[in-house]
Design a protein around this ligand. Structure first.
Ligand code: THU
Length: 137
């Protein structure tokens, strides 16, 4: 699928629906994320906080867990929203998490428009760095 064909508003709506299910009693900052997978699936997630604050899970964690648990594949388009339904930039940790499951041409809906993986996480560390050292040792 060409990234030109992505229905970004539909993906944002999926993310907004997920945000309605967020469990965020401590921050009162619900987040929803939704992504299109290369086989046409749509996966989503919401943040799930915990009384032990540091244990809380970002919406992207749930999304990636669902991606893997429902058959894997690569993300081709990703949207994340705040409690106002506005595009939200994934936190740094989640950009790293998404990188490993993103197609090379994956696009991200951000407050500054549609961006590439390299734009949201330049010079990303990843499996290739591990393989480079392993194969040269
Ligand atoms: N949060 C996410 O779910 N994803 C992000 O990319 C940014 C932050 C959540 C974590 C926490 O539950 C709440 O937003 C406030 O930080």
């Amino acid at each position: 699928m060409s990234t030109q064909d992505i229905d970004w508003e539909a993906l944002r709506q999926e993310a907004r629906a997920a945000s309605q299910r967020a469990y965020a009693p401590y921050s009162n900052f619900p987040v929803g994320a939704a992504a299109l997978v290369d086989d046409g699936r749509v996966v989503s997630g919401c943040n799930v906080e915990n009384a032990s604050y540091g244990v809380g899970l970002c919406a992207e964690c749930g999304l990636v867990s669902t991606l893997v648990a429902t058959g894997g594949g690569k993300l081709v388009a990703f949207a994340c929203v705040n409690g106002l339904g506005e595009p939200l930039m994934p936190c740094g940790r989640c950009r790293q998490l998404l990188y490993e499951h993103a197609a090379a041409d994956c696009r991200f809906d951000t407050p500054n428009g549609i961006k590439t993986m390299d734009e949201v996480l330049p010079q990303a560390f990843g499996p290739a760095d591990l393989e480079h050292v392993r194969s040269n040792s």
